[in-house]
Write a protein that binds this ligand. Structure first.
Ligand code: PRX
Length: 661
């Protein structure tokens, strides 16, 4: 706060950082940005020179994102052949950087750590690749990965990329049913997992979850389960094994040759699927390809974190999310970065763990989610101030809007006012940062993701679909393709076109609302569709509703988001029971419904509140009026507005009488 009691609203780049930054002034950013839009061929062509290409491209970019002009298709670096794993690992080893540390692994417990050099990573990637090849995995095959944050997770992703297989990493916090759904969709022959993992004080038996998933229908494509023996989390002898299907990693991987063939793939060869929630139906497999993804992930990493060879980088995201794909596995390794890979949680053994790790490895670039910042902020400054943190240069956030209070705490308490804050807006679908400050060039405003990255042309549309010029707010869309953009939804191109390109013709629809201020800065307002952002994780209301009605007592459910001081948003479920149930029902019913959601999706989707609803507010045509439910959930019933269109307006009174019951 300034002397006159007002908060600072704009923060210039720290001088030291700016003096050496890749992009060191707003003018330079603008010059590069303008070039990236005016002459994408020259702009991306020059950047792409930094990678290894088995065969160079013929055409930089070709796309149609306007459904009125035919099917949507997006292609970058047409005619090129390359390989993601080669560019992430082998290229650096061949350039003499084999001894450089790729991963400083920090386990869940404080006494667990190990380092992996680029050469060691290359060896391991080859060994896993050889194992996969020996099991018949080949170019285009799917492999499902259900691993915690151990170095073997990025190594397995890279092993897939090396042989042209398509990885699908499932966050190892999703339930057996969720895992089974993803396996059913991508039909892998191999699943890679561990015996177990400890998250904080809590052990989780991952192999058991895989066994449960593979007992469910639709998973019979799986013939091999490769199990990393993570005995520090769960002893080997506690793990059930299916003869002929399950193999211990330690028995079959280390004996493989440390050289493996590289599959040079076309620029648009699929590299991975990542399932994410939308507003309707089951999670969809967002499909990313090769060359454009590589250039996008690498370039954003370099500029947004202002990465240089002397940095130690640390992103707290799990590889089960897009942030872990682009900013643990791929972006940093394409840049030959040294990074911390952390298996644990920021509050174990106490809320100072992150800052202790920052000091231990001299972390200079740190990337986390607003939820983590808010929960550490709530724990008290003493957990931060016991560490030095003098190495920190750039502090990033991602996943949800960051409130200015948390932004300032991150800046002042964690960064000591010396580091730049980068609030990066992007999505699973975008593959890489889209709207974000560049730390040496773009002055930051707390709560704003600021300006678009190179090659990204955002627009804001009003209700009628017209572009809002200058200051204003509306729906955030993007006007042209960018290199790391998703190419389709696996197996469902029609859904891809419907979800992202049919809403506003000629634009990619993000699903977010945004405001542009008088300086052209963009402020993300959150989702405008039926997606809830819990602690930076996307959960579809439809998914939670379908989990709830999967319980034999639940006749109907309607799920809405409510704001939460730490988690950003939480899940609030209105539930109607079958038949002539009395309300409130016995407490066991609530427990059973919550257990049902955890079983169907996973603990991250646990509803915070179950609100009993003998009936739901519906229009005469039977449509649930979610607007009214949101107001009731947020305790804003004084702003219900017109309820006369309800088939039965007395429903509202009944709902209010059951609040907290
Ligand atoms: O609503 C936006 C929010 O997260 C959504 C994307 O979620 P997901 O695909 O899971 O990817 C999260 C990590 C990239 C967006 O539609 N979001 C992401 N970053 C921000 C954000 N909201 C506000 N500010 C951000 N920096």
């Amino acid at each position: 706060m300034s002397a006159n009691g007002e908060y600072q609203t704009s923060y210039d780049p720290p001088k030291d950082l700016q003096a050496q930054a890749h992009v060191n002034s707003l003018d330079e950013y603008k010059r590069m940005y303008d070039q990236s839009l005016k002459d994408p061929e020259a702009f991306w062509g020059k950047i792409a020179e930094d990678f290894y290409w088995k065969k160079k491209w013929d055409v930089i970019e070709k796309h149609n994102i306007d459904t009125s002009k035919g099917p949507v298709s997006i292609e970058w670096f047409l005619g090129a052949q390359t390989n993601l794993a080669y560019n992430a690992v082998d290229r650096h080893v061949e350039a003499g950087m084999g001894d450089r540390v790729a991963f400083f692994w920090e386990g869940n417990d404080v006494d667990q750590s190990r380092t992996v050099t680029y050469k060691q990573l290359q060896d391991q990637v080859c060994q896993v690749a050889n194992f996969l090849l020996s099991k018949g995995v080949k170019k285009g095959s799917d492999v499902t990965i259900y691993l915690p944050m151990i170095p073997e997770l990025p190594a397995t992703m890279l092993a897939c990329a090396r042989i042209g297989a398509v990885h699908s990493v499932v966050f190892a916090g999703f339930s057996a049913e969720s895992l089974a759904g993803r396996i059913e969709d991508s039909r892998p022959s191999v699943v890679v997992t561990t015996s177990g993992v400890k998250r904080g004080a809590k052990p989780i038996e991952l192999k058991k979850i895989v066994d449960e998933a593979l007992a469910l229908p639709g998973t019979d494509s799986v013939t091999t389960v490769l199990v990393y023996d993570h005995s520090i989390a769960l002893p080997r002898n506690k793990v059930a094994f299916t003869e002929g299907r399950d193999v211990w990693w330690q028995d079959v991987v280390p004996g493989q040759p440390t050289e493996a063939p590289i599959e040079w793939v076309d620029a648009e060869h699929p590299s991975f699927k990542l399932y994410t929630s939308g507003s309707t139906g089951k999670p969809k497999g967002v499909l990313h390809t090769t060359a454009g993804y590589m250039v996008g992930a690498a370039t954003t990493f370099k500029y947004v974190f202002d990465h240089r060879a002397s940095d130690v980088y640390w992103c707290t995201a799990d590889c089960g999310w897009i942030t872990g794909h682009s900013y643990v596995t791929y972006g940093p390794l394409f840049n030959a970065a040294s990074q911390v890979v952390f298996e644990g949680v920021p509050t174990y053994p106490d809320a100072g763990r992150c800052w202790d790790i920052v000091d231990k490895y001299n972390v200079s670039l740190f990337y986390t989610a607003p939820t983590a910042i808010r929960s550490l902020m709530a724990a008290g400054d003493e957990f931060v101030t016991r560490s030095k943190r003098s190495s920190l240069r750039v502090l990033g956030t991602v996943g949800e809007p960051i409130n200015p209070e948390a932004w300032r705490w991150y800046n002042e308490v964690v960064g000591g006012g010396r580091a730049a804050i980068v609030d990066t807006w992007w999505q699973t679908e975008t593959g890489a940062h889209m709207i974000t400050p560049l730390p040496g060039a773009i002055p930051a405003k707390p709560g704003s993701a600021t300006l678009p990255f190179f090659g990204v042309e955002p627009a804001i549309l009003d209700e009628s679909g017209k572009e809002v010029e200058g200051p204003g707010q509306g729906y955030l869309v993007v006007k042209r393709s960018w290199p790391s953009m998703l190419r389709t939804i696996a197996g469902d191109h029609a859904r891809f076109e419907q979800t992202y390109f049919n809403v506003y013709k000629g634009y990619y629809f993000t699903g977010d609302g945004a405001r542009r201020d008088e300086d052209g800065y963009i402020w993300i307002l959150g989702r405008v569709d039926d997606v809830i952002n819990v602690s930076g994780h996307r959960i579809g209301t439809a998914e939670v509703e379908s989990a709830l009605v999967g319980h034999h007592l639940c006749a109907e459910a309607a799920v809405v988001p409510v704001e939460h001081a730490i988690k950003g948003q939480v899940i609030y479920a209105f539930v109607t029971l079958y038949g002539d149930a009395t309300y409130p029902p016995p407490e066991e019913t609530r427990k059973a419904l919550i257990a049902q959601v955890r079983k169907a999706i996973g603990p991250i989707a646990t509803p915070d509140v179950i609100h009993w609803a003998p009936s739901l507010p519906k229009t005469r045509s039977g449509k649930i009026m979610r607007r009214i439910l949101r107001k009731i959930a947020s305790r804003e019933e004084d702003q219900l507005g017109d309820i006369s269109t309800l088939a039965d307006p007395s429903v509202v009174e009944t709902l209010l009488s059951l609040r907290g019951k």
